[in-house]
Ligand binder design. Structure first.
Ligand code: SF4
Length: 260
């Protein structure tokens, strides 16, 4: 598998991606747009999406592979981003801004200032993250209203990220929900481990099971990544339901609604 370009360890969070990643006034951005949230606990909510460039992981099911390379996107000064958000909000006022990627926490210093500005403008902050850069989270967590954390199964990344996820989940469990994308390759052993991790880190943290949307492997193997079989998804759901407080099976709605 392709090696990650930036360490996932908490120690290096958001500081090893090059000088541009530690600039509080500039960041790499791929796109900014106004749409509906198609996943998770805020499904259907209107949001402005700010998609950062660059990711420290490489999931086989990634539906935004253009955001993975470091660098990707273009350098945006903060003032340009703020203008664009206000322009989009004037057309259709959203409740919140989804800070997404790529991995937004690679741009932690820029993100911290942007979240504070967004709060002052009356927006809620919804952070979408792969949940491994724990050292970057404490500065931004107080400015977040929702932290949508992906829990990455080894079958999707080729890596064991349990301890990084555990450290991340301990920081702001009251604002966090966890989403796990399930493919045909997701297996019982890693699912049991994911449930154990959530039991330890916070059994009250909502868990969303999301069958993957069928697509070619983002790592260029030519393999088709297919959603988990419905009967296995339901079996996974039942297994988690007895052990965690809130468990839901929520498919991804962007493809169904034909949203960006
Ligand atoms: S799915 Fe998210 S974490 Fe995984 S490679 Fe794509 S952007 Fe990175």
């Amino acid at each position: 598998m392709k090696a990650p370009k930036v360490s996932a360890s908490a120690k290096t969070a958001g500081r090893d991606g090059g000088a541009e990643f530690s600039d509080p006034d500039k960041a790499r951005i791929v796109e900014v747009f106004n749409s509906l949230q198609g996943e998770g606990t805020r499904l259907g909510e209107r949001q402005i999406f700010v998609r950062f460039g660059g990711c420290n992981l490489h999931c086989d099911y990634c539906d935004e592979p253009d955001t993975i390379p470091i660098p990707s996107g273009e350098v945006w000064p903060r003032a340009k981003l703020e203008r664009e958000i206000l322009r989009l909000a004037a057309e259709k006022r959203p409740r919140s801004i989804s800070w997404t990627g790529g991995e937004p926490l690679l741009h932690a210093t820029f993100l911290e200032k942007s979240l504070a500005w967004a709060r002052a403008q009356g927006f809620q902050n919804y952070l979408e993250t792969n949940g491994v850069l724990a050292a970057a989270l404490p500065a931004v967590a107080p400015l977040c209203d929702v932290i949508a954390m992906d829990l990455k199964l080894p079958s999707a990344t080729g890596r064991e990220l349990w301890s990084a996820h555990h450290a991340f989940l301990k920081i702001a469990p009251d604002k966090t929900f966890v989403k796990v994308v399930l493919t045909r390759d997701s297996n019982e052993r890693e699912w049991r481990q994911a449930i154990r991790l959530l039991q330890e880190a916070g059994p009250q943290i909502p868990l969303i099971l999301q069958p993957a949307t069928a697509a070619k492997d983002s790592r260029g193997t030519g393999k088709l990544i297919e959603p988990i079989e419905p009967e296995r998804a339901v079996a996974f759901l039942r297994q988690a339901r007895g052990l965690l407080k809130v468990v839901r099976l929520v498919p991804q709605w962007h493809p169904v609604w034909a949203l960006p």
